[in-house]
Design a protein around this ligand. Structure first.
Ligand code: FA5
Length: 342
């Protein structure tokens, strides 16, 4: 019996040497010292010993019990001291750990840049609603019901009882031309950035939700030369002073004449490549002189006031600027893509 008690003592002390934290120390206590632990189990055998052997074995068992208890207490103190040392040895003067940092979305950056360039040309910024009336999105822009130009804008309609066919998600930022002109008199120089929606097939250059930046300038004596000068200045500020800018005829019901604006391809310098689909030119916006019907509709006299408007697509600008081949990358929320712009 005495031998077994001594063996247990040796084994327990050896195991105690391995206990390095509170959890393993508690496991050790349960294993050797607790009521159902190994030592108690051994002591239960004392009663089976012959009377003569019992006192010596009992004495030895008691000694081992005390030895294990005091060894346990010593290790417990050591662990606690080490814990306190760590807690009090924190150097509060060390710099903190950096948290992950967000950044602006590449399209947000481009929108801000576009707005800043026009800001330097004297344009202020305005905003308008994304949920819009048919009258602002189409009718007052010279696009009556059944006008074929409606086919160019596949529209998301809102199903609102009693207002069927009247409310939609704006398909372009042009409704803001009406909103701005009906609440103020010329001179007007405004840009309106915002999201627009079209129910169309998504591909490398088309999204169903994308941004536009609308521009409007109305005053006495504004001519096509102002339109050309302003937009050419913008294109060179955005894409570089050596860029050539081309204006070519295009149809939008709310302007007359209407143009599209293209810059010579900076990938190939104009000789034709994949980026410009072999044409040497990249279209960046639609524009034109505000149609006299539209001016009359907001109570302006077209003999007194003239103006120009334009609408450009920041995603296309960002794609050109950063060499991004597919518009869908912007809105797929892949952080590996987005972090490149931080
Ligand atoms: C318009 O939306 C006219 N409101 C622009 C305008 C304003 C003309 C003022 C005259 C006066 P358009 O549908 O072409 O036009 O779109 C203008 C620009 O938006 C395009 O040049 C293109 O850059 C961008 N865009 C059009 N559709 C998409 C689409 N599905 N995904 C991404 N960008 C698009």
């Amino acid at each position: 019996m005495i031998d077994r008690v001594c063996d247990l003592e040796r084994e327990a002390l050896e195991a105690l040497g391995e206990a390095g934290d509170e959890r393993s120390l508690e496991e050790w206590r349960l294993r050797y010292l607790a009521r159902s632990g190994r030592l108690s189990m051994l002591l239960r055998g004392l009663g089976d010993l012959p009377d003569a052997d019992r006192p010596a074995a009992g004495k030895e068992a008691n000694r081992v019990k005390l030895a294990l208890e005091s060894a346990h207490a010593a290790v417990s103190r050591r662990i606690e001291t080490a814990r306190l040392e760590v807690a009090t040895s924190i150097d509060v003067t060390l710099p903190g750990r950096r948290g992950p940092r967000g950044g602006l979305h590449p399209v947000t950056r481009i929108v801000r840049e576009i707005v800043a360039v026009f800001g330097q040309l004297g344009f202020r910024v305005s905003e308008g609603p994304e949920v819009e009336f048919d009258s602002y999105n189409f009718e007052r822009l010279n696009i009556p019901p059944d006008h074929p130009a409606r086919d160019m804008h596949d529209t998301y309609w809102l199903d609102i009882p009693g207002r069927s066919g009247q409310i939609l998600l704006r398909t372009h930022t042009s409704p803001n031309q009406i909103r701005i002109m009906e609440r103020q008199r010329p001179p007007i120089r405004v840009v309106v950035p915002g999201k627009v929606y079209r129910y169309e097939a998504v591909d490398a250059t088309h999204e169903t939700m994308f941004f536009q930046v609308e521009g409007l300038a109305v005053d006495r004596g504004i001519t096509m030369a102002d339109l050309k000068g302003t937009l050419a200045t913008f294109a060179r500020a955005m894409f570089g002073s050596e860029r050539r800018v081309m204006f070519y005829s295009a149809y939008f019901p709310f302007v007359e004449p209407g143009v599209e604006v293209a810059i010579d391809c900076f990938s190939c310098g104009g000789s034709g490549c994949r980026t410009c689909k072999g044409t040497g030119w990249i279209e960046i916006m639609g524009a034109g002189m505000v149609h006299p019907h539209v001016l009359r509709g907001v109570g302006y006299d077209p003999d007194e006031y003239t103006g120009f408007a334009f609408g450009l697509g920041p995603e296309r600008v960002a794609m050109l600027r950063y060499g991004i081949p597919d518009i869908r990358l912007f809105y797929s929320n892949d952080l590996r893509f987005l972090r490149q712009f931080h």
